[in-house]
Design a protein around this ligand. Sequence first.
Ligand code: 5GP
Ligand code: ZN
Length: 115
Amino acid sequence: MTIDPDCIFCKIAGGEIPSKIFYQDDEVIAFHDIRPHAPVHFLIVPREHIPTLQDCGEHHQGLLGKMVALAPKLAAEQGITNGFRVVVNNGQDGGQEVFHLHVHVMGGPRPWKIG
Ligand code: 5GP
Ligand code: ZN
């Protein structure tokens, strides 16, 4: 599995940088975003260093499906009861800041800070 030692999300997955991880298995981790846009804002992140969706191949279909399928389960566990946004910022014009693939899940009562 590819890991980039300079990547902030690889460092979080490896436990090198502390974060509020509340779910993990052998393929993905989930932790709270450090600058939340909404009352509940967390990220679902593969352990593998995949920079963007363009870097995904057919063999990533299972992983991508798992990440999206985890969103409602983890949202419920984190107390989201009334809907949520699922966002993947992709590439420079897509507003991606951290080039390690991740799914944002945002929910909780409105108004939100952003979005
Ligand atoms: P992007 O713009 O790449 O889709 O989103 C990256 C997200 O990662 C941002 O919402 C940002 O707040 C979050 N983030 C960046 N660095 C850290 C960090 O060190 N810890 C945590 N928990 N979140 C981070
Ligand atoms: Zn990475």
